[in-house]
Ligand binder design. Structure first.
Ligand code: ADP
Ligand code: MG
Length: 250
């Protein structure tokens, strides 16, 4: 479903991704761990067309990210097409990124109505079902500021799902939450995993990774240091850097 080949990315003279190779199969959950600054967010952003890669290639569902192929040649995508493709991938941010001036319901229907041109009534119906699924049916008319962080993040997940994406990306979805609110958000993400959603989750929640991940990837300094099933990477890491990191977060 996601195929990342030899991806390099620099910001000025700072090389942030130093040759990333990663494959994610449909229906699998990949958890990405790694210290701050190791390039995890940048990696997610390249998958979602939010950053261009300097070298290498990423394809999602067999389609190259950022490019269109014509015969043997590749052409950079126009911005409109980038935006359209971005709607096929759900992205959940650390800081929720809800529209503060819109109600919960309007946050969830915004993209389906404006980007996918869904009829409003249809979008509202779908949004209400999604809000029910994340346990917030009674908050449809509230504004983000009236909700707890955990509730806001669950709205953000409903909003991502409203685009019916084939792929979901989570960038430290619980890092901005008070500890007592982490569980309710992880529960929602776990449910999605059990439904067979394809997702890549950047998180420091090792317990969640152990329970939900099909593959755990450990990144450090712009590289994938090791990857494998959680029983290997978390219980019997081969690399010293992985061991050191795990001893700090556990
Ligand atoms: P992580 O998510 O693992 O903490 P990031 O991908 O956010 O790491 O960042 C990796 C490195 O790239 C950091 O040193 C960060 O400061 C730098 N970086 C990220 N985005 C930008 C940007 N837009 N411009 C310049 N440097 C950036
Ligand atoms: Mg990050």
């Amino acid at each position: 479903m996601v195929d990342i080949r030899s991806v390099h990315k620099s910001f000025g003279s700072l090389e942030v991704l130093k040759g990333i190779d990663l494959s994610v199969r449909a229906g699998e959950v990949t958890v990405v761990l790694g210290p701050s600054g190791s390039g995890k967010s940048t990696l997610l952003r390249t998958i979602n067309h939010l950053e261009k890669v300097d070298r290498g290639a990423i394809s999602v569902d067999g389609v190259l990210v950022g490019y269109r192929r014509s015969g043997n040649r590749l052409y950079e995508l126009p911005e409109r097409e980038v935006l359209r493709r971005r709607t096929r991938i759900g992205f959940v941010f650390q800081n929720f990124n809800l529209f503060p001036h819109l109600t919960v319901l309007d946050n969830v229907i915004e993209a389906p109505v404006s980007a996918l041109k869904r009829p409003r009534g249809e979008a509202v119906e779908a949004a209400r079902r999604l809000l029910e699924r994340v346990g917030l049916a009674d908050k449809a008319d509230a504004y983000p500021r009236q909700l707890s962080g955990g509730q806001q993040q669950r709205v953000a997940i409903a909003r991502a799902l409203a685009l019916e994406p084939g792929l979901l990306l989570f960038d430290e979805p619980t890092s901005a939450l008070d500890p007592e609110l982490v569980g309710e958000v992880l529960d929602v993400i776990r449910d999605l995993a059990l439904q067979g959603r394809t997702m890549i989750v950047v998180t420091h929640e090792i317990g969640f990774a152990r329970e939900v991940a099909d593959t755990v990837v450990f990144m450090d300094d712009g590289r994938i240091v090791e990857q494998g099933p959680p029983t290997e990477v978390l219980e019997r890491p081969r690399e010293e850097r992985t061991r050191l990191f795990l001893s700090k977060v556990l």
